[in-house]
Ligand binder design. Sequence first.
Ligand code: B12
Ligand code: SF4
Ligand code: SF4
Length: 345
Amino acid sequence: MLRQGMPLAPPVDAAEVKRRALELGANLCGIASAATLNAFPPDPRWPQTPDRISPYCKSVVVIVQRIPAGAFRCKSNIPVQYLDMLVLRRMDRVALKLAQELERLGHPSFALAAQETDWNLKRASYARLSTRHLGVEAGLGTLGLEVNILTPEFGPRLYLTGILTEVELEPDQRMEEQVCIGESCSRCLHSCPPDAVRQWGLDKAGCATEAQEFGYAQITRFFEKFLGMEKQDRKSAVRSRDVFGFWQGLLRVVGSFGDCPRCLAVCPVGNDYHAHLADIQKHIPEKTPEKVAKAAAFKQARKSGDDVPGLSAWNRRWVGEKGYQGIVARQLQEFKRLQKEKEKQ
Ligand code: B12
Ligand code: SF4
Ligand code: SF4
């Protein structure tokens, strides 16, 4: 008789795990080896490695859930903010289901707390594992100029998580070709409202003012101010837009993170961009002469071989060692060819 939880522990086929992940609703799936992730932490000073979480983890199954492009065609940011929450829920469900199925086969497995950060790592700005770096190691894409992971399929318009398992699975090959077009594109930099995009880096505090309008930093700032207020001012502070924002964040996450869609919306990587966004996102209203000059300086720095921290020998692994080789142009040509074929039918 076969009971749930009985440890049979047969070997598991990696291709079958990926097929099952897609069947459950993931949009992409790849596998990274825990040994590789332990050997290459994104920042060795603050190691985000599976080993810190469990010494028994052998593989990490990485799943991607895309954000529907329609939300980036709207008049306000609200639809993206709301969708983020739905996409994350869906992603976590798929991850949990897959972990349970692996465990039923006899291999202890669990889904990562993908959105939560660790208080002990860089004052809580670091997660247990960096899922972007998991994605790169699992062969799903490479990091862009604004450090989002860009997949050839959906550019950066996605969320991703990992399932940590004790079964050894055949890992996928890391992409060595850079998916991001790079400094000559810089559309993410042009679009960023607080000008937080660096050269394969990010001013995180700057980004958080837009990306987490009612996030943790804003909550603590509000209460610090509140504690020093006169009784009269406290009354109106309690009824302010801030408190409403915090309440909405608690209710549906809207506003507490995933608030700013701009670098996601304008990135020209991915067939979802060619199909649904190229027309309306072509023009970037936030583009200024200062941002154009900043992008030109980045381009020059790379050309002259200057020291760019985001492109250090250690970081290149996740940016794509072979540099940009025209993947976006190739995809666009193929997309147009397929469209012409469809029109003929
Ligand atoms: C915290 C966080 C944020 C915070 C950061 C807050 C802060 N004050 O630090 C803020 C608010 C900025 C943020 C914003 C966004 N986020 Co966020 N965020 C996270 C979270 C929870 C953890 C990030 C983390 O741990 N990073 C890991 C470290 C390694 O990243 P890093 O600092 O960039 O690492 C570099 C530096 O360490 C640098 N480095 C610097 N100094 C040194 C020195 C040495 C010696 C070395 C070697 C390296 C080094 O090299 C590293 C490699 O590039 C992840 C979820 C997760 N579990 O990963 C989501 C996550 C990264 N966020 C995500 C998203 C979608 C966003 C937003 C688009 C949301 C939005 N629409 O508003 C924006 C995008 C901003 C951007 N361009 O990156 C997605 C990414 C999807 C994608 N396509 O990449 C993630 C993966 C969530 C998920 N589960 O899918 N986020
Ligand atoms: S999420 Fe918004 S604020 Fe943050 S880097 Fe992207 S465009 Fe800039
Ligand atoms: S907008 Fe351009 S520069 Fe920015 S991440 Fe996308 S491809 Fe790279």
